[in-house]
Design a protein around this ligand. Structure first.
Ligand code: UDP
Length: 428
């Protein structure tokens, strides 16, 4: 287990100009109540993907409130991550097989990591399936354990879900991004619904001057003076980059000047990335005006999400989709797959359009390209939706409520949030 905590602290007061004062007030009060409580977050990668993105911001924010928070990263080899990506794929409904030998190796890696945990904690959040077996081998390391699932488990394969449900028996609670993701056969533990969030103050999300954005985009090889649409995503079949290219080909017939940008990166725990990247490159090389970029620069993500005419996220499964939250925060309209957490973010008149096919995706992108004012209004409503529901102080508050209530043994007292879905967790 690698300790990723860098000791830094972030004051929640920095968010005073973006979030409501009563939220900051509640955070200060939770911080006083939980001062010195030892909380750890365990996940599978320090780089790539939404979970590492969240932990990089939220762990220093816990510390800023006086909570003694740490970020631990599970160590595994390539076969281990191949197995856990298969588990992930099966949980999202794909028909792949996980052999008994692979399960054994998964448990052995979890055991090794559990044995390497050298400190004691009051509360541990375990993110996603990769480290889910840790408490089986280290129950005594923490007084409370919570499994925090970020993936779209609305249509899981039964057998693998049963395995996961079995792994959950030592846990005190589970958290899903939306209520529908809590599968059947859950053990008798409290189940919370808490959506993720973005940090509006990191370089990826702060307001970027237009000149700077234009320069960054030009530097990446995209013509900043011609219109472009963009999908920012790991190279993962669930993000459907080939479907995005197919939709772009249709739109291009009416907008010959249009460019498509596919900006992607690779997560340390996702061995499928390179395979998909090669497929995308092969397809893109046959077309004009498609830019496939692998560049881990937060500034470039910001610039593309800011100046893109439309941000696309054509996922066929999606736990939440921080890339959509990021785009909406910049007021850019979005066309996204009608799945999972994307449905929380795009609503009638808010943010953009949900689509179920390549054709629909092309049609909605085309519509936004030709109805700029409507697109701007959707983007503006999307930004306010994000401001109210999906910024980091709200996520921190929801997690601290869970910590407080489970440590006090008063789970029933957890309030449901006012907007009904971005809440700190009601029992489902
Ligand atoms: N991301 C990035 N560069 C890339 C691709 C993705 O910085 O080339 C970031 C993206 O901005 C977002 C996160 O990775 O913050 C992806 O989170 P999301 O929830 O959209 O998807 P996940 O990868 O967790 O499935």
């Amino acid at each position: 287990m690698l300790n990723q905590t860098n000791g830094s602290t972030l004051s929640t007061n920095r968010y005073a100009h973006v979030v409501d004062e009563d939220l900051l007030e509640e955070l200060r009060s939770l911080g006083q109540e939980l001062r010195g409580v030892r909380v750890a977050h365990i996940n599978a990668t320090a780089n790539g993907g939404g979970v590492s993105e969240i932990l990089r911001s939220v762990v220093p924010m816990y510390r800023g409130l006086g909570v003694d928070a740490s970020w631990l990263v599970l160590q595994g080899d390539e076969p281990f991550f191949k197995t856990t990506k298969k588990m992930h794929n099966r949980l999202q409904g794909a028909p792949v097989r996980v052999s008994a030998k692979e399960w054994d190796a998964y448990l052995a890696a979890n055991r090794r990591n559990a044995e390497a945990m050298s400190s004691d904690y009051d509360f541990v959040f375990v993110h996603d399936p990769q480290p889910a077996a840790i408490p089986q081998f280290a129950r005594e390391v923490s007084t409370r354990w919570v499994w925090r699932c970020h993936i779209d488990t609305s249509t899981p394969d039964d057998a693998v879900w049963q395995r996961i449900a079995d792994l959950l028996s030592p846990y005190d609670a589970a958290i899903f991004s939306i209520p529908e993701f809590a599968g059947p056969k859950m053990p008798e533990i409290p189940v919370y619904s808490i959506p993720p969030a973005i940090d509006p103050l990191i370089p990826k999300n702060i307001e970027m001057p237009r000149d700077q954005a234009l320069a960054l985009i030009a530097g990446s090889g995209v013509d900043p003076l011609r219109p472009f649409i963009v999908q920012v995503s790991r190279f993962d079949p669930w993000k459907d980059p080939l479907g995005v290219i197919a939709a772009f080909e249709r739109v291009q017939k009416h907008h010959s000047d249009l460019q498509l940008v596919l900006l992607g990166n690779f997560a340390d725990d996702d061995p499928e990335g390179l395979v998909i990247y090669r497929k995308v490159l092969a397809r893109a090389s046959k077309l004009s005006n498609v830019h496939v970029i692998v560049e881990n620069l937060d500034g470039l993500v910001n610039a593309l999400q800011t100046l893109g005419r439309v941000v696309v996220q054509k996922s066929s499964r999606e736990g939440f989709g921080l890339t959509v939250t990021e785009a909406l925060w910049k007021g850019t309209p979005v066309v996204a797959g009608n799945v999972g957490g994307l449905r929380l973010q795009l609503k009638e008149g808010v943010g953009g359009f949900l689509v179920d096919s390549v054709e629909e995706c092309a049609d909605r992108v085309d519509y936004l390209l030709t109805h700029e004012e409507e697109g701007a209004a959707l983007g503006a409503a999307g930004r306010e939706h994000v401001r109210r529901n999906y910024l980091m102080p709200r996520l921190l508050r929801d997690e601290l409520r869970v910590v407080r209530d489970l440590l006090n043994g008063s789970q029933a007292a957890v309030p449901v949030s006012q907007n009904g879905h971005a809440g700190a967790a009601n029992s489902l």
